[in-house]
Design a protein around this ligand. Structure first.
Ligand code: UD1
Ligand code: CA
Length: 438
């Protein structure tokens, strides 16, 4: 099988300098969703037709398994598929699946049903029944058989009442496509070469035309505006939340969760409201994520408690029973079992041992303006509040750092290290007073 992904359209209604297909759904360009789904179908060739946004689109995705066909100018969906033909596997019976780069939530299971329906050289259309079919091409049937597709702009009043619409996604026999596409005309309301006109050509040849339908209509929804982008984002997130709950995760509110990547959860994980997960995040058994956390490319060990208002950045690896509290940021650091940083801290480029207590206001000064340096905090260390650890620096096992310490040299094990100057009290001192106006 061959797959053609149409992604040359401009997307004027997005009102953006970013090419439409690069706008993200769940943190990933919408075209990436379509490419991933295409890959799941194990096609012989995947060809992306690009045009608007040109090289920017191509460089965002270049991969050895993708072919690229430039469509310039963009003269319609039929013209677009024609640009892909030279890039497809020419083995004669190979069917070609046409996908849209701006229809990101189409599911592989739906496409497999469409491909099955197209078996033995049939033309298969993915169609849907909509209460409001406005804007879509309509499926015209006679005695139940599909005879053609008419675009909204070319339709008469009776045709506009048809509720069965063309999603645009179809499977056509490769050889027939190569035969039909050069024969398309552009005498229509938009002056474009319509891919949909192949239906009438198939009928004229006596080819059987079959239809399949998406499991849910949102699968076939395209994105033309920011409002539609936001709507599909929510649908995608609702699906993410449903899958997590199915897996046993407790969500305080499935409508207030954003997963922009892969979230892997153990048993009895609880996630409170307004948490954002980015990249690949692994949460062990019994982890509790309190409200308003942002967690990216991190591993959280079993029984750990995160947040509220915590931020775990890439490279954070927490062992079991670690507590990361409010306004604590952790980056590129490992923290061993039973350690706690409960309030207002920055732990960056650090290796933290077990049973360490990181006091409120502790900061690893990991950056000197040019280079990043590591901080090592060994087991059973107690770090007093408002401490700065100027890396590279090591705090030995069992050491205590007094509150307010600015640590610039290694702290030996088991000792109290403190850099504050001795406290003094000046008894004769007077607080300045405001002069009263006369
Ligand atoms: C098309 C279908 C219509 C269907 C609708 C579903 C045609 C003639 N009409 O309409 O029946 O109901 O999709 O959304 O096919 N594209 C290119 N090059 C072009 C034109 C479009 O690559 O020259 C791409 C776009 O980037 C987009 C897709 O094809 O991904 C569909 O284009 P769009 O203009 O949205 O299609 P419609 O005219 O709305
Ligand atoms: Ca169009």
């Amino acid at each position: 099988m061959n797959i053609v992904i149409l992604a040359a359209g401009q997307g004027k209604r997005m009102r953006s300098d970013l090419p439409k297909v690069l706008h993200p759904i769940a943190g990933k360009p919408m075209l990436a969703h379509v490419i991933d789904t295409a890959r799941a179908l194990h096609a012989a060739k995947i060809c992306v037709v690009y045009g608007h946004g040109g090289e920017q689109v191509r460089t965002a995705f270049d991969a050895p398994d993708l072919a690229w066909a430039l469509q310039e100018p963009q003269s319609g969906t039929g013209h677009a598929v024609m640009q892909a033909l030279p890039h497809l596997d020419a083995v004669p019976p190979a069917p070609t699946l046409v996908l849209y780069g701006d229809v990101p939530l189409i599911r592989a299971a739906t496409l497999r049903r469409l491909i099955e329906a197209a078996a033995d050289g049939k033309l298969a259309l993915l169609t849907a029944y909509l209460d409001d079919p406005r804007g879509y091409g309509r499926i015209v049937r006679v005695d139940g058989n599909v005879v053609r597709i008419v675009e909204e702009k070319d339709a008469d009043d009776a045709e506009r009442l048809i509720r069965e619409i063309n999603t645009g996604i179809l499977v056509a026999p490769g050889a027939a496509l190569a035969r039909w596409l050069p024969n398309l005309g552009n005498r229509n309301a938009q002056g474009e070469y319509y891919l949909t006109d192949i239906v009438a050509l198939a009928v004229a040849e006596g080819m059987e035309i079959v239809t399949a339908h998406p499991g849910a209509n949102w699968e076939a929804d395209g994105i033309n505006s920011k409002a539609q982008l936001a709507r599909l984002e929510r649908i995608h997130q609702r699906n993410n939340a449903a899958a997590l709950m199915e897996h046993g995760v407790t969500l305080a509110d499935p409508a207030r969760l954003d997963v922009r990547g892969e979230l892997i959860c153990g048993r009895d994980v609880f996630i409170d409201v307004n948490c954002v997960f980015e990249g690949r995040v692994v949460l062990g058994d019994g982890v509790r994520i309190n409200a308003n956390c942002v967690i990216q490319d991190a591993v959280v060990g079993a029984g750990s408690i995160i947040g509220p208002f915590a931020r775990l950045r890439p490279g954070t690896v927490l062992a079991e029973d670690v507590h990361i509290g409010n306004f604590v940021e952790v980056k590129n650091s490992t923290i061993a079992a039973h350690s706690k940083a409960n309030h207002l801290a920055y732990i960056g480029d650090a290796t933290v041992g077990s049973r360490v207590n990181v006091g409120a206001g502790t900061i690893t000064c990991n950056y000197d303006g040019a280079n990043k340096h590591r901080t090592v905090i060994e087991d059973d260390v107690f770090i007093g509040s408002d401490t700065q650890l100027v890396a590279p620096v090591t705090v030995g096992r069992g050491a205590t750092l007094g509150a307010g310490t600015t640590l610039t040299k290694d702290a030996p094990p088991d000792a109290l290290t403190i850099s504050r100057r001795q406290q003094v009290s000046l008894t004769g001192w007077k607080r300045p007073v405001k002069q009263k106006k006369a």
